[in-house]
Design a binder for this molecule. Structure first.
Ligand SMILES: Cc1ncc(C[n+]2csc(CCOP(=O)(O)OP(=O)(O)O)c2C)c(N)n1
Length: 847
């Protein structure tokens, strides 16, 4: 028997005790809340959903509790089909069922103790309706009261009934498009779209403020599909709502972003319905998802951005930014660590504009989650501080809508909705099995499913008459009205706050404000110099003042990374101070990466920071930044052996090679303070590329730029820093970061020995690779093959620049725990080693 239970604060403790006992006794218990003890909650919010579930047969019997039990019984009895009784004694608990067919037992949480309550519950659940004539007669009279009332109601509610049919038709269209697309592609994930179509329908057509005509309207509500493998949900809804395509220049193209033909060509080359949602490829996709957990974490960044934008730009009567973020996720997102990291931070920051809906279907690829995932997820989110709601039936749109309404009303914390669903809903042989997760249903099963939906069995990619119109009348109209209202509001705002309006417009196009580069420091020559991270801190503080929407923070290493914005008024971002520009991510590097991405997707210029070694922890998000072409950046300090005594756990070796391997990511390792400035100058002007800065922990000599070439060469990725006048060099020394000054020292000694050497500072392979062949040849003349590269990192890939016969002084092992000087000696990062290598190279050529 399925037993539903609900209470407000008045019976919270009793409910918990009864649930434990019911579970132990083998009943299937559905908990309708409350999920936490909140003295301000209201019993109808829990009792009515329970009563509706009893009335519709979703649960067999109900238990409703409030302080006295009176309120619970009064409101339960308002629901048609409910016969609720407030019972305090054993006799009535039995009699109420046998005579009056009672289907909800109400109790007072403050009037019966747990032992009596358990006795009442057992008695009530054990009893059966007697069906004696006189009781049937009496109940028939009671029922006729309800029938009369329903008749009058239905007469005045004819239109919603039609809407209900159109809604169902639309939902089944999403389902069948998904099924057909996966079947045609012979790959993909049909089960989750079949289950979640009502959710996505409800969010889009009933709730979200999103104008399909303008999918980049700045104040649109955001929808993130974190379980990206269910992409057919997104392609179906983008198509049915006729979301319009936009190009990279933010122009509307006057054509749908996803056509029916794209859906027919799901997962095929050039289709706008690829395997997973891809930002930058399909308009209307808010972020690229697929690696589970990235979407939920990215949505935290979007919500954080809204809070900051509202704080800076909203004014009395001008709610320029008040968008909400709706995120759909599955078990995978809940299992991944990044989901936990970001959920923890979202609650700490009180992001009440953020709603995650968890598809609680108990199925992943390998089977039932009972194998791997048995924690109480709702309790976990309660412990984080989220507002936790449950919708016990993924097909119940009213309850979904109600939960989303509760989200919109909830202040001070994000909302987590547990949505109980059936993967592969409607499939006679595959529903609730992992077979529905990631493979086509098969032709025969598709027919059976369509039959179950009341769909023409042979129809493929069918969009029935009226479906487009239904969406146009729902989200189409609501979104258009909302955007028009906002546009008018923004016009008035521009009149009154023109400077702020200009900022918003520039930000939206990823432009920089005038004077963004004023006061950038110039560092005088200094043999002692300063650390890369120190120089970076100074530059960051200038840029953050020049560019209002430029900010970020560190994963608890701000004082080491030197990323703290220290100027007056910079502030700290917290729930109570959402205008602050210093973010504290806590020790959550992976979430930091995704949050920085989410902020950038909301058009902020965002950055994150940690030690370079821990870039590994953020790497999947950095990779997505590159895939999405987002201009985020990461200030990674302690870039090599400079960590010295911390030892090999803290000394990056393979990280440069690994990040250089990410397509589109700009990796920069500046050699001195002025190169740091130039690196930032380059990065800040990027509009569609992420960047990583590898910065030294230790002081590096500030090179004398009157003697050596200017640091502006950084913008070319590599440049001739020091040369021997009068012709071709005998040997080229190529270095990055802290090794450049060693190369310069070696160069000076070689020169003194009459050897013509050239030093090339190469802070960025990526940028250098984008220069003309002519420029590259001018820096690294092809006929000078005596070459030495010096970099405190894995040598992997350096043969590209030194050739197969060149020498690379780099790392072939992990580092060690010792003072830097000793490590430099041990691993050969000394001028003498470079000189010896250079001479050998020249000798090899001569030989
Ligand atoms: C980080 C990551 N690991 C593994 C996968 C491969 N993968 C795709 S879907 C999936 C199962 C996800 O289960 P769930 O989130 O419950 O989705 P549902 O089965 O409900 O569709 C896995 C392991 C992935 N996409 N991302």
């Amino acid at each position: 028997m399925r037993v539903g239970i609900a209470t407000d604060h008045g019976g919270f403790a009793l409910k918990e005790e009864l649930m434990a006992k019911l579970n132990a006794a083998g009943y299937k218990v559905v908990d309708f809340g409350a999920y936490s003890l909140n003295p301000h909650d209201d019993y109808p919010d829990f009792v009515v959903p329970l009563a509706e579930a009893v009335a519709s047969g979703k649960v067999d019997r109900g238990l409703a509790i409030c302080g006295s039990g009176v309120g619970a019984s009064v409101c339960a009895n308002k629901v048609p089909g409910i016969r609720a009784g407030l019972i305090h004694d054993h006799f009535s608990a039995r009699q109420g069922v046998e005579d009056d067919h009672m289907n909800i037992l109400c109790m007072g949480g403050r009037t019966v103790g747990p032992a009596v309550a358990w006795d009442l519950v057992q008695t009530y659940l054990a009893a059966d309706y007697s069906q004696a004539d006189r009781h049937l007669r009496r109940l028939a009279k009671v029922a006729s009261l309800e029938t009369q009332r329903l008749k009058t109601q239905n007469a005045s509610e004819e239109k919603p009934m039609i809407d209900e049919q159109a809604a169902q038709l639309s939902i089944n269209t999403i389902r069948t498009l998904s099924i057909d697309a996966v079947q045609q592609a012979k790959s993909g994930h049909p089960g989750t779209p079949m289950a979640l179509a009502p959710l996505v329908y409800t969010i889009w057509n009933r709730v979200m403020n999103f104008d399909p005509q303008d999918p980049i309207w700045p104040n649109r509500d955001r929808f993130v599909l974190s379980n990206g493998h269910a992409s057919m949900l997104l392609w179906s809804i983008l198509h049915l709502t006729q979301v319009q395509a936009v190009n990279a220049e933010y122009e509307r193209l006057g054509q749908p972003s996803v056509t029916l033909d794209d859906i027919r060509r799901f997962r095929q080359l050039d289709s706008k319905a690829p395997g997973h949602p891809e930002y930058h490829w399909v308009s209307g996709v808010e972020t690229t998802t697929g690696p589970l957990g990235q979407g939920v974490a990215t949505s935290v960044g979007m919500a954080l951005a809204q809070k900051w934008l509202a704080s800076r730009y909203n004014r009395p009567d001008f709610n320029i930014f008040d968008y909400k973020v709706y995120t759909v996720c599955g078990d995978g997102c809940m299992m991944e660590g990044i989901g936990s990291e970001s959920a923890s931070l979202a609650a700490h920051l009180g992001l009440d504009n953020l709603c995650w809906v968890w598809d609680n279907n108990h199925i992943t690829i390998e089977g039932n989650t009972s194998m791997t995932f048995t924690e109480d997820v709702a309790a976990r989110f309660l412990a984080y501080g989220w507002n936790v709601l449950r919708v016990g039936d993924a097909n119940d749109m009213d309850r979904i809508e109600h939960a989303l309404e509760v989200f919109r009303q909830t202040k001070g914390r994000p909302t987590f909705i547990v949505l109980d669903s059936h993967i592969g809903y409607g499939s006679p042989h595959k529903q609730d099995t992992s077979a529905a997760h990631g493979e086509p249903l098969g032709d025969d099963e598709v027919r059976l499913v369509k039959r179950a939906y009341g769909w023409p069995e042979d129809a493929k990619f069918l969009v029935p008459d009226g479906v487009y119109e239904h969406f146009a009348a729902g989200i189409g109209k609501r979104g258009r009205d909302a955007r028009q209202k906002w546009t008018e509001l923004f016009t008035a705002y521009r009149e009154k706050y023109s400077e702020l309006a200009t900022e918003i417009e520039q930000m939206q196009k990823r432009e920089l404000p005038a004077g963004w580069n004023r006061n950038l420091p110039v560092f005088p020559a200094d043999p002692k110099g300063i650390a890369g991270r120190e120089a970076s801190g100074k530059v960051l503080n200038v840029l953050a003042q020049n560019i209002p929407w430029f900010f970020g923070g560190s994963a608890d290493l701000g004082p080491s990374n030197k990323t703290t914005l220290t100027y007056e008024g910079a502030g700290t971002f917290q729930a109570a101070t959402p205008g602050g520009k210093n973010l504290h991510f806590g020790i959550r590097e992976h979430a930091m990466g995704a949050i920085v991405n989410g902020m950038s997707l909301s058009k902020l210029r965002s950055f994150g920071a940690t030690f370079f070694i821990f870039s590994d922890y953020a790497r999947p998000a950095i990779r997505l930044a590159a895939l999405m072409e987002l201009p985020v950046f990461f200030a990674f300090t302690h870039d090599a052996m400079g960590d010295g005594e911390d030892g090999p756990t803290h000394q990056p070796v393979e990280h440069l090679a690994s990040l250089r391997a990410i397509p589109g990511l700009v990796t920069l390792r500046p050699a001195d303070a002025n190169e740091v400035v130039e690196a930032y100058r380059y990065i800040v002007q990027l509009r569609h590329q992420p960047a990583v800065l590898a910065l030294s922990r230790q002081a590096l000599p500030t090179l004398d730029r009157s003697k050596y070439a200017p640091a502006s060469g950084v913008s070319k990725g590599a440049y001739v820093l020091a040369d021997t006048p009068g012709g071709k060099p005998d040997v080229i020394l190529i270095a990055s970061g802290s090794e450049v000054s060693l190369a310069v020292e070696a160069h000076e000694k070689l020169r003194a020995d009459g050897i013509r050497s050239r030093v090339v500072s190469m802070p960025s392979w990526d940028i250098f690779e984008h220069q003309t062949q002519e420029y590259r040849d001018s820096v690294l003349p092809p006929d000078v093959t005596a070459r030495v590269a010096i970099e405190q990192a894995s040598t992997l890939g350096w043969e590209r620049y030194v050739g197969l016969t060149g020498r690379v002084i780099g790392m072939h092992t992990f580092g060690a725990s010792a003072p830097l000087k000793e490590l430099q000696r041990k691993f050969g990062f000394e001028p003498s080693e470079i000189i010896a290598a250079a001479k050998k190279q020249i000798g090899r050529r001569a030989a």
